[in-house]
Design a protein around this ligand. Sequence first.
Ligand SMILES: Cc1cc2nc3c(=O)[nH]c(=O)nc-3n(C[C@H](O)[C@H](O)[C@H](O)COP(=O)(O)OP(=O)(O)OC[C@H]3O[C@@H](n4cnc5c(N)ncnc54)[C@H](O)[C@@H]3O)c2cc1C
Length: 421
Amino acid sequence: MSVPKRWIGLALSIVASIAMYYHPVSWFSVPKRVIVLGGGVVGLQTAVDLLEAGYAVNLISKDLPGDIDLNYPSQQAAATWASDEPVVDVETKRWYEEGYKQWEVMSQGDEFHSAGVAKRPCFRYWENPPENLVKGGSSALWHSEGVSSFRILKSEELPSGVGFGTTFTTFCVNAPAYLDYLQSRILALGGTIKRATLPVDKGLEEGLKAARLLIADELAGSKDQPVYAYVNAMGMNAMRLADDKTLFPIRSQSIHIKGEAHKIADRIDANGIYYAIPRVGEGVTVLGGFMEVGNWNATINPELNRKILKGCKQLIPECLDDNGEFTILKEYVGLRPHRKVGPRVEIEQLKDKAEFGESIVVHNYGHGPGGFFKSVGASRKVVRLLNGFASDTETPSSSSKEQEVFEGFYRQGDHSKEEDV
Ligand SMILES: Cc1cc2nc3c(=O)[nH]c(=O)nc-3n(C[C@H](O)[C@H](O)[C@H](O)COP(=O)(O)OP(=O)(O)OC[C@H]3O[C@@H](n4cnc5c(N)ncnc54)[C@H](O)[C@@H]3O)c2cc1C
């Protein structure tokens, strides 16, 4: 029986479309090149995922793992998986789940040991819980079903002054170790990393052009295709590059103390939230609070630090010395790049605008207090968007609904003047 030629053609084009979707860059051609702008956790994770999907990647960043800077929160983060959002859309829920699952794997496998991910119990206490929490219990907390060992604490388990509490198993990440791990993955997968400061106030096209010029040497000597796409993962500066007025900082003060707490714990009082998160493998616990919306102030407020220390004594007594005090190792301010309407992970096409022709930019920024665990799902979305763009199967999307957090988590900052980042 002879098969009609058009059937063979149809079958081949279906196979090609599937192959293009799952591995769009290296089956039939040299890898497509993507330049990732930004070397925070989001840019690094995106670069790893793109390389694993078969793209050629060059990462350019002002700060890189190991650097300490107010505007490089990735290095300063605590960081844990926790839900601060009472309501999540389908995509955000997926990111929470992907982050949780990924860290579960990384907390166990020897191959991930250097990444510094550890599994720990988490305790969350509300002094004055919102009514819907007290009435609804676990049904008012969407994440109660997605995490292991979740339960509402019994009244006899609550510390004095606390009206409601939960416990569940979660993960904490040693941020510097995690960034080092991602950086080494990029290099092992054949990506390149370049330190440079890109212009952000001259418009998106100028920023991209500068990035492209920076890697011109590498492009000239390469068989690879010219730049296929750019990823904007420049944290707070992403707003300048993309002229996005909805990005702002959520500020908090951090204190490193000696000793690793046995758990992750936080408490929400009338001032907001304060927390203790162990930096596993370093013999350190990061104490922090309070989450101030829109406050750019880089100077430590000693009064806030006194409140954090006092509150954390109850949360993690296991780290107190014989005199009932913490040994303070360092104190600093951190700014989380947050976006009013939630993270922006979407494609922007610059048709006929950029001097060097049509360009695709995938924005990946504005992850606020969840940039570490959300980076896993968000970066996978970047890959899907680029794969889908190539085969025209995934539609870009971005949230437009204002993001909610639990009542009492944030407090209003003093709205000091925006500093030059
Ligand atoms: C104290 C604290 C605690 C936190 N706790 C948690 C937690 O428990 N869990 C969690 O998931 N998240 C936590 N976060 C939030 C998390 O750290 C951020 O969401 C995350 O680091 C944002 O990463 P990013 O890559 O988007 O941005 P950034 O870390 O800001 O990285 C941006 C990158 O862009 C580069 N860049 C900027 N401008 C330029 C330029 N002009 N040219 C070239 N490169 C440029 C920078 O150098 C940097 O490498 C915490 C943050 C802080 C401060």
